[in-house]
Design a protein around this ligand. Structure first.
Ligand code: 4AD
Ligand code: MG
Length: 462
């Protein structure tokens, strides 16, 4: 049995040969004498056209009654059809039903809105757009591993359950145990389930960074790539409660090294997508985002802009647009500001560095001005912030006093402070939002459409 992906790539070598393929019926139409079945086996989003003739198969009547989405097996001869839209078709000699469908299948031939398809997240991967999105997602995760592995980075699996709030934003999901079989009989018996198991309050991680730092200070260059969780109550097209992050951490490195790495990674991944996911990218370019290919190609040949937060504020203050949120030194940049900078002002990806310490996390390295920290965000057209990173505060005393300033309990962070006591060389890292990367590469506009089963506010169905 041949994957149809292989068939589309090598159809000429199968000319007039007998082959067997499996797939799900996309469309079926028939007359008294002959019919057409388009099938898809999921290995690519193109359908194979199967021609069934009454005289060539022995169950023609039965076949014409098959419904869309049924699973079938087809034996037949591959015939080249150079004058038609598709390059070849299969003249069936045998069609067998593998799994029936009752005719109520909701994905009929017409195009459905992405909103509607979210309600049938268990079936949407069978449609073209999602076949392309999730194959791209798979290919790009491989590309990310390839990028780091070929550069001698060690892949570290940081814990998903943790006691520390890396970003200090207080937007964490708490972990509790449930003993459903032995519920407490009365009030006095009740156990504090939040602390019971680990002896401390624990949460789902918002970032693997703190633990990655420990490994960078042992392996020099490491990366994590895994799920992260945020209880952000923001209902936007860019935020999910469960998302994947790619987090490299590099030792003996500063903020410039960090940006160089980020730029290399982005270009590598874009090139990879253009080369190894050509069909998918072409599909997105045609149906989702008309300027996609041109934009991606432009970016691999460009040099990313690098400006400071202070310069960004100056640009925004001079901008002749009405922003919804105020622009003022000291205030965080909102998505509208980020998009103005990268889309309107520069028309290119831009690194913004050296943010006021008040709007960034405790671990970022204090600059000499004592007002800003060595932070960096990468902003890209269409998405806004795609990467957030920094050089880390490696000076023990400076870090301790910053934590005190923020009222953090440094006791539970002993281990993190230890890293500064024993050869805590300068180091830096960043987090790339994997879903935002997929949005960027595909032109898809909503994060819910690049996650197989998205978790967002009020939505954990499936
Ligand atoms: O900027 P953030 O919060 O940075 C960190 O977590 C650092 N500890 C990373 C590091 O230095 N190792 O998040 C990094 C990126 C963002 O730029 C964004 O792309 C993505 O993670 N991100 C989200 N993606 C989807 N949904 C959310 N709720 C996200 N929050 C952050
Ligand atoms: Mg950020």
């Amino acid at each position: 049995k041949i994957n149809t992906k292989h068939l589309f790539e090598n159809f000429k070598s199968y000319e007039n040969k007998e082959i067997t393929i499996n797939g799900w019926i996309k469309t079926i139409r028939s007359s008294n004498q002959f019919g057409f079945i388009e099938i898809n086996d999921g290995t690519n989003f193109k359908n194979v056209q199967v021609v069934v003739e009454k005289d060539s198969i022995d169950n023609y009547e039965e076949v014409t009654k098959f419904h869309a989405s049924s699973g079938i097996e087809v034996n037949g001869i591959l015939v080249l059809t150079p004058d038609m839209k598709q390059d070849f078709e299969i003249k069936a000699t045998k069609v067998s039903l593998l799994a029936d469908s009752d005719g109520s299948y909701p994905l009929q031939k017409k195009r459905h809105s992405f909103e509607y398809l979210r309600e049938i997240a268990h079936l949407r991967p069978r449609g073209n757009s999602f076949n392309a999105v999730f194959r791209l997602r798979s290919l790009i995760s491989f590309a990310i591993h390839e990028f780091f592995q070929t550069r001698d980075f060690v892949y570290v699996n940081t814990p998903l359950i943790t006691a520390s709030d890396c970003e200090g934003a207080g937007e964490m999901f708490q972990v509790t145990t449930l003993d459903m079989k032995n519920p407490p009989l009365n009030e006095e018996d009740s156990i504090d389930y939040t602390k019971d198991f680990f002896g401390a309050e624990t949460y789902l991680t918002v970032s693997g960074q703190l633990q990655a730092e420990a490994y960078a200070l042992a392996f020099k260059n490491v990366y994590t790539f895994g799920p992260t969780f945020r209880a952000e109550n923001s209902n936007t097209p860019r935020h999910a409660a469960e998302f994947w992050m790619v987090e490299p951490e590099i030792a003996f490195a500063d903020l410039n090294d960090d940006m160089d790495l980020a730029e290399d990674l982005m270009k590598y991944v874009i090139n990879y997508a253009l080369e190894k996911a050509g069909n998918e990218i072409e599909f997105f370019n045609k149906f989702v985002d008309k300027g996609l290919v041109e934009r991606l190609k432009g970016i691999v040949n460009s040099t990313f802009k690098r400006i400071s937060y202070t310069e960004a504020i100056e640009i925004l203050e001079k901008a002749d647009v009405e922003f919804e949120y105020p622009v003022k030194w000291g205030l965080d940049l909102q998505t509208e500001h980020e998009r103005y900078l990268t889309e309107k002002h520069f028309g290119a990806p831009v690194f913004v560095t050296d943010y006021p310490k008040e709007i960034k996390a405790f671990y970022m390295r204090m600059n000499d001005d004592n007002k800003t920290v060595a932070a960096v965000d990468l902003l890209v057209p269409g998405v806004g912030e795609i990467i957030g990173g920094s050089q880390r505060e490696e000076r023990y005393d400076v870090l301790v006093s910053r934590m005190e300033e923020l009222g953090m309990n440094s006791g539970s962070m002993d281990w993190y402070l230890d890293l500064r006591k024993y050869g805590g060389v300068k180091h830096a890292g960043f987090g790339l939002g994997f879903e935002r990367l997929i949005m960027y590469l595909s032109g898809m506009k909503n994060i819910r459409d690049v996650i197989p089963f998205p978790r967002t506010v009020n939505n954990a169905k499936f």
